[in-house]
Design a protein around this ligand. Structure first.
Ligand code: NAD
Length: 472
């Protein structure tokens, strides 16, 4: 792997490295690596001054071994075809690792959304959806987009509305996209799912005393000093949940315009509000400014969560990274050259194809909700609550003690949609971490968690092809 390989080539190299540990035939491995369908198109956008700009857009379906395919849509000024192919491929492997029954896909429009009016963004998003629909690149059983860098619930609502208008009477049409607002068929917990998944990943890693000892850290996430890059969807929620539920300390947050640090801890919600009000993360009360945002990645900390973009940890800064654990919230934040340097230093890298899989996991739950047309927990919540009340009443009878109304309300409450989503996500992330760690620790040929993750994904996709009868 050289400094000149592209993002997609890097992904292929990772597959090759893991595939060398298997006996699969070359043809099957080629099928697992390459993109099945690449759709590139361009369309015009009218500016308020009357001028016309033609924008580039893509949708890449990496693997049709399971349908629908699934993956986010990115709005970014520098995005290109190689990047979309790489991200689509990562989606295939990610879905396999967390047992989500989809092939991988990714979409993009080459724009900086900050340069467009709300009205233009809506028209761009609706036009993009039209173009996908015309070529059968979207649909609840075909290809289901989701939010990614530069997009969110608002764009997903426009996509769903456009698709539904083009498919009147199609009962499952609302399942054509996930990450929608609640009122438009979304699911509770999707917005924070990727960040929450990063939290479970880090918590699991920290739970292994032996691995923590090797890093010179004490077991447990509580008290771990964390640096977060990117206060967007993934970074914000990862910071919030690590702090609130994990009792970790967020010692620095990096954004485009600079970074801030406070060894006593930052409250990401206050920082977010400060940035909204002042237009910058800098000059946050009680914190020290770091003018060059990238310098924050080199701070002395226990864990670093890059949650902005790819290629942030490179051969240039890897040697100066002091974090013992890196949780890849973003896709591809560490280049292969940087990884080599970090692994030599003994850093534990929790790879993107596992660490940020929480988003697609909860997208899967949202898709299931859309197809079943019922909110998770709607039928059982009261029944569960009644059972819990009966158990508390039995304890009262047996012990002769009376519980207060407060205890009844707290204990006998039944599970709602949010409880089920978090439970499903936690189980998915915990089980996957244990499996990846077993692969890593159980075979001396597997040098790190990323190789273990690719190995796991290759085996699962290969099995799916074998079961389809395509390969022996
Ligand atoms: P987002 O647009 O919500 O947030 C990205 C944030 O990064 C923004 O606040 C932006 O200002 C900041 N940023 C941009 N350049 C930066 C820089 N040079 N330094 C510091 N901060 C910078 O995007 P997101 O949805 O949070 O996605 C972030 C990453 O996570 C992407 O790599 C994406 O592919 C990946 N990801 C997202 C999801 C999801 O569910 N949204 C799921 C899996 C992976």
């Amino acid at each position: 792997m050289t400094a000149h390989t592209s993002f997609f080539e890097n992904v292929i190299n990772y597959v090759d490295r893991a595939a060398a540990l298997t006996n699969h035939p070359k043809g099957l491995l080629d099928q697992i690596k390459h993109c099945n369908s690449v759709y590139h198109f361009e369309f015009p956008v009218r500016h308020p001054d009357g001028s016309i700009e033609v924008v580039k857009a893509w949708r890449v379906e990496h693997s049709h071994h399971k349908l629908p395919t699934k993956g986010g849509i990115r709005y970014a000024p520098e995005v290109n075809e190689d990047e979309v192919k790489a991200l689509a491929a990562l989606m295939t492997y990610k879905c396999a690792i967390v047992d989500v029954p989809f092939g991988g896909a990714k979409g993009a429009i080459q724009i900086d959304p900050r340069n467009y009016t709300l009205d233009q963004l809506e028209r761009i998003t609706r036009r993009y959806t039209h173009e996908l629909a015309k070529k059968n690149f979207i649909g609840p059983g075909v290809d289901v987009p989701a939010p990614d860098y530069g997009t969110g619930e608002r764009e997903m609502a426009w996509i769903a509305d456009t698709y539904m208008a083009m498919n009147p009477g199609h009962l499952d049409a609302i399942g054509c996209v996930t990450g929608k607002p609640l009122s438009q068929g979304g699911i509770r917990g999707r917005k924070e799912a990727t960040g929450r998944g990063c939290f479970y990943a880090l918590r699991e890693a920290c739970a292994h005393a032996e691995d923590m000892k090797a890093l010179g850290l004490s077991p447990g996430i509580a008290g771990k000093r964390i640096v977060v890059q990117g206060l967007g969807n993934v970074g914000y929620h990862a910071a919030k949940i690590c702090r609130e539920e994990g009792h970790a300390i967020i010692i620095a947050i990096a954004e485009r315009e600079g970074a801030i640090t406070n060894p006593n801890g930052l409250n990401e919600t206050d920082v977010f509000q400060h940035r909204k009000e002042t237009g910058s993360i800098l000059n946050f009360p009680g914190a020290t400014n770091i003018e060059n945002s990238l310098d924050a990645l080199e701070l002395d900390c226990d864990a670093l969560i890059p949650a902005a973009l790819e290629n942030q940890i490179t051969a240039d800064n890897a040697a100066r990274i002091q974090a013992k654990i890196i949780v890849e919230g973003a896709n591809g934040p560490t280049t292969p050259e940087a990884e080599e340097i970090l692994l030599k230093k003994g850093v534990l890298i929790i790879p993107d194809i596992y660490a940020n899989a929480g988003g697609v996991t909860v997208s899967y739950f949202e898709w299931l909700k859309n197809l079943s047309h019922v909110r998770v927990g709607r039928l059982g919540k009261r029944a569960e609550e009644a059972n819990e009340r009966r158990i508390l009443q039995a304890v009262e009878l047996l012990t002769g003690q009376k519980f207060t109304d407060d205890i009844f309300t707290k204990v006998a409450k039944g599970s709602d949609e949010q409880d089920f989503v978090n439970s499903g996500l936690e189980d998915t992330m915990v089980v996957a971490y244990q499996r990846l760690r077993e692969i890593w620790k159980g075979d001396s040929r597997v040098p790190d968690l990323r190789t273990a993750a690719f190995l796991d994904a290759i085996e699962k996709v290969a099995r799916a092809y074998a079961e389809l009868g395509i390969f022996p």
